[in-house]
Design a protein around this ligand. Structure first.
Ligand SMILES: [Zn+2]
Length: 278
């Protein structure tokens, strides 16, 4: 599933491709992608004639900003955007097509069909679900050490599920939580209220640095990131623990272990990230 760095990379790619384009019409082939408050039947009419001004991001959501309206898009597992000429063949699993008046199209393809699109009047979009309860942006200046501790340091729950909860901090998913906890040398099952001041400092720094370096990697690999069909999606990044079960830890050479925390596959080095004391 795309996390903050991937969504940010899609945003940066998309902005160059669609800003300034006027939507002539919209084809919705899979109505359940379209979420309230706008009904799927009204979605196309509501967008026709509007011009895309810019593309923003909030957490893992893309915000396609038009004149007076905002399209909030979540890619979930497999959502992909591409910009094509109207006469290019349409890929299988293309569910929504935005036809521009310059003969190009923005196409949304989603094999798993879990993606969502919400349409709001500009200004309403932060008042209503899904954006109304989102937590702090980890790459913004407001994400300070004290902001992190204020949200989490009284909680008895394990640190990993707390970091995954988008109501506290946005943008982190299973991959970057594992990476950040490894860098901070914190076991994912440590109750948050047992973390020491030095550990909070390391965690704050590692959240920022893992996300920032992944955004940078995404930016530098944009060309390879848009595939032959012009689709924007996941990019391969080198991870320290994620997806490296049984491979040697990059710090101490012991094998990376995989187990389940809060229902999620979790990668750690047991040596670098000692288990909580019973
Ligand atoms: Zn290690």
């Amino acid at each position: 599933m795309p996390e903050l760095p991937e969504v940010e990379t899609v945003r940066r790619t998309l902005i160059d491709l669609v800003a300034g384009k006027r939507i002539q019409s919209v084809t919705v082939k899979l109505p359940r992608i379209i979420q309230p408050p706008v009904e799927p039947e009204q979605f196309a009419d509501a967008l026709a004639g509007h011009t895309i001004q810019t593309v923003e991001r909030r957490g893992k959501f893309l915000l396609i900003m038009l004149d007076g309206i905002v399209l909030v898009s979540h890619l979930r597992m497999e959502g992909r955007y591409s910009v094509n000429k109207a006469d290019e063949p349409t890929a299988l699993h293309t569910h929504v097509i935005f036809h521009f008046d310059d003969g190009t199209e923005l196409r949304y393809k989603d094999v798993r069909q879990f993606g969502t699109m919400h349409l709001f009047k500009t200004g309403d979009h932060f008042q209503l679900p899904p954006l109304n309860k989102l937590g702090i942006e980890p790459l913004e200046p407001a994400f300070t050490l004290s902001a992190l501790r204020e949200r989490l340091d009284k909680r008895k729950m394990s640190i990993k599920p707390l970091l995954l909860n988008q109501e506290h901090i946005v943008g982190l998913g299973n991959i970057y939580v594992d990476e950040a906890l490894f860098q901070a040398r914190i076991h994912p099952e440590r109750p948050a209220n047992t973390l020491k001041p030095a550990e909070w400092m390391r965690l704050h720094e590692s959240i920022r640095s893992t996300l920032a370096s992944a955004v940078e990697a995404g930016g530098s690999s944009i060309r390879s990131y848009v595939n032959g069909q012009g689709e924007m999606g996941m990019f391969q990044h080198s991870f320290s623990v994620y997806g490296r079960k049984d491979e040697p830890c990059k710090v101490c050479s012991r094998p990376i272990k995989k187990f389940v925390v809060g229902g999620r596959g979790t990668h750690i080095c047991e040596n670098c990230q000692p288990a909580p004391k019973e």
